[in-house]
Design a protein around this ligand. Sequence first.
Ligand code: HEM
Length: 519
Amino acid sequence: MSAPKEMKQLTREEVGKHNKDGDLWIIIDSKVYDISRFKNLHPGGPSVFDSDIAGQDATDAFYGLHRHEVLTRPQYARLQIGVIKNEQPVLYDRHIGEPSHIPYAEPTWLSQGYHSPYYKESHRRLQRAVRKFVDEVIWPDAQAREADGKRPSQSVFDKMAELNMHAMRMGPGKHLKGLKLMGGIVEPEEFDYFHELIITQEIVRCGARGYGDGLNAGAVIGLPPVLNFGSPSLQAEVLPAVFSGQKFICLAISEAHAGSDVTGLQTTAVKTADGKFWIVNGTKKWITNGTFADYFTTGCKTEDGFTVILIPRTPRISTTPIKTSYSPAAGTASITFDNVLVPVENTLGEEGMGIFVMLSNFNHERWVMCCSSARSQRLIIEECLKWTHQRTAFTKPLTSQPVIRAKIASMIARTESVQSWLENLTYQMCNMTYKQQASKLAGQLAFLKSHSTHNAQLTARDAVQLFGGRALTQSGMGQFIEHYHRTVPFDALLGGAEDVLADLGVRQAIRSMPANARL
Ligand code: HEM
């Protein structure tokens, strides 16, 4: 952060002399800016500089109205002409690759001076490496693509592939065997659900929901059926293609006609007379990554019921982008299958048993969503704490108002409860077989997902109250709040609607009631 060498060393008295139109300097965090010409171009208007800040220290005035990032944009950074002699800049927004020092901006296990029984040294190594990678490679692409709506850059997929991140996002399992994970800092055999949680939570820190989904969310939900039910030859073709970031896959279940009610689906798969191919016809809707997917893990109505089939892209499949409230970077699509021929070997699981293929992945999918939700709530807390700390109203920082502090208290309590429950359940997953997870954790994870997304929406609402009008604009101080508030309702729907999941949790509990229990 030190000033470039050619910067003038100035005293505050010298700066103070440049305090009029045509010769106007200000100090922000010990850096001196010449705004003589910029004044009339200033997006906030020229009049703000006519006040007593001309030639003076405008640090507090600046941070009450702008994000730090404004000063790092090249067109504004070059307004800096000097530094104040014997002073150093002390303000920053984020240190690349470093943990945040804002209270509650990190889970306790990453906060200085706290302890956790869950995370081993390999988790900490992975977290540090992924944090750096996300800050340096993913974060800038996330901000740019969320804004321009293009899909995540292929260079990001490629770099993730080099580190085998796409494979790690599928969780622990034999698909990791022999792979060099994150440059070799974690052994495939020791990779567990906490490692996976770390990767998911680190990526979510980008605060770009559409981009986050664009970054292979389709594989997170669409590849497990291939991993668990695909034939060896199908796996040999599809897994390396997806793990190397060269091919993309999506889960194509929901339709305009039906979503969770799979019996209502109208996409049909009928066998050819020789029994060698399926002929697939129908439409799908809201399919994440659908616009650029090469493979479609597709729910079809077949003679025996509901069957899941892996359909490679052909010219007889058309995918059209759907405009949603988040960025088109997610590749959300409507899909039409028009007499698409698919080899029967591409059937995932048994014919007519597609529901088991889908059910088998629900727990993991919901757990991934809880990881994301817990971390994105924390990002909002960090934004809110910074804002209410630096913003002055009625001559005092916003944090001096009890109503503001009460909102922050609720946000923190909600987020910490989600993360703690999540870590508990992750620990259970690490110590249970898949079958045990299915019977013991379906209810717990349904509850946690419902609890997470309910809390997330309360936090989004509270954050809007704290940021006021700035929570409604897509740039400026409240840009992450606006984004979060706009996109967070998705989380309460995907992978099971909030109320339905809460009900599922209770129904599971009732099923486990001992027959002889009485008050
Ligand atoms: C080098 C110094 C400055 C630069 C480069 C700068 C740049 C900007 C930019 C880019 C915006 C658009 C909103 C955003 O992107 O956040 C903005 C808005 C604004 N600026 Fe500045 N600014 C500077 C100094 C100041 C100072 C010292 C004040 C106040 C005393 C000020 C008052 C405002 C106001 C009131 C707005 C409108 C904010 C809103 O609508 O939320 N600016 N400025």
